[in-house]
Structures are given as C-alpha cells and as structure tokens.
Design a protein around this ligand. Sequence first.
Ligand code: SAM
Length: 236
Amino acid sequence: TPRVVLVPTPIGNLGDITLRALDALKEASVIACEDTRRARILLKHFEIDKPTISLHEHNEASRSQEIIKRVQDGQVVAVVSDAGMPGISDPGLRLTNACADAGVPVEVLPGACAVPLALVGSGMPTEQFVFDGFLPPKSGRRQTMLTAALERESATSIFYESPHRLTKTLKALADLDPERWVCVARELTKKFETYHQGNASSLLEHFTKQPPKGEIVLLIAPQKLPKFLTDRSLSD
Ligand code: SAM
C-alpha cells in the first residue's frame, strides 16, 4: 500500500537494523534522508540501491508536500534520519502531521533509539520519565533545565548531551545537589559502550580525570528513589 514509512536505523551497531526496516527500504520507491550521503553508506552496506531525496530541518515543510504527492501517486516513501528513530530529536514530525492533514497513511517501525535504551541500562526508575532533548548550550538555560530535572519528584530525567559540555554540566549538577544519583550512558550499542552510575560529585570527579568522548545520554534520578537505588546511592 502506498504510504510513508518512518524507518529507524542503527545508532552505532549495524546489527540493530530490523528485518522490517530492510523490507521497508527495499519496498520504497524513494528514501527520504536527513543526510543523503550518510544514508547511502548505510544503504550500500545492506545492498539497497534506491533513489534518495533529502528531508531535514530546513526543507521538511516544503519537502513534505512533495512526499505526500508521491504517496498519492501510489509510491511508498521511506524516511530515515542519521541514526535511530526519526522524529526523536530528528526530522519526521512535520511530515507526519502534514500526512495526517492530507489523509496519507504513515507507518512507524520500531527500532533503535538512545532514550529507552539508556533509561533501562541506567537502572533508574522507568515508571515515569521525562525526555528533555538536548541540553541547551547556553549556561543560563542549561541551569534552568537542570534545576527543573532536580525538582522532579518521581520522574527520571533524560537528556542528550555533548561530550564537550558534559563535565561542565556535571559540575553544575554537583553544585546544585552533589548527592543526586546520575548516570552517563556513552556510545550505546558500540564497541566502547559504558554506563557510569553514581552521585553527581563522584561522576564529576571521574569525568574530570577522564574527559568523555563519543555520544552521550545523561540521566538524572528523581528525588524519590526506589529502595534498590537508595541502598546503592548511600554506599556511593
Ligand atoms: N534519533 C536519535 C535516537 O533515536 O536516539 C537521536 C538523534 S540526536 C540528533 C543525536 C543524539 O542522541 C546524540 O548527540 C546523543 O546524545 C544521542 N545518541 C545517539 N546515539 C547514541 C549512542 N549510540 N549512544 C549514546 N547516545 C546516543
């Protein structure tokens, strides 16, 4: 059936592409990519030879209309971002809404995404969580976001963070609440994947000695900890 398919791609380990993702890419008439050059590397690896068009922050509004037209003409259009789930800190949402307006079906496939992976791997409470996206680069706004996270009573807070700013952020956290339980999830699904769990001041100490590299998800525990975490945080 003619439709738009949002296709998640690996976030570091090519083995994480799914069978359905490959089927959708093979079925598509065209693949809309956040970055066509990057996508072609992935497509080449899986021996998929399809025309690509770009779909990024700056052309998503206009490109959506073109994609809708293609589906109305009977095509299947697959959408991939640079990594992981389209629409999560990545393009895809404007297209999804434009399709809904136009009555064009959108299918979303499950697959790799750094947020749920880091959450479960962190061992933090999963019953309630807030994904706050990228921490803003400006220190004032970053401070506001961190303060809001620290005030959450029972929801775990999840941020995407740049390796260059992580130590500064941990410093800000340690100044605000040195005992708060924090997790730094790095290079998920890749060869040097690590999870560092500890209170803000101990993680600050660690990453000051060993400046972090690679892709990072930062998690901040809520004020109320379940017993399994209270015991760990007391011994930290
Ligand atoms: N759509 C993607 C997803 O589903 O996770 C997220 C895209 S966002 C532009 C990229 C950010 O996600 C990175 O800067 C990093 O914070 C986080 N991220 C992506 N892959 C990661 C990985 N393998 N390990 C840790 N964090 C990752």
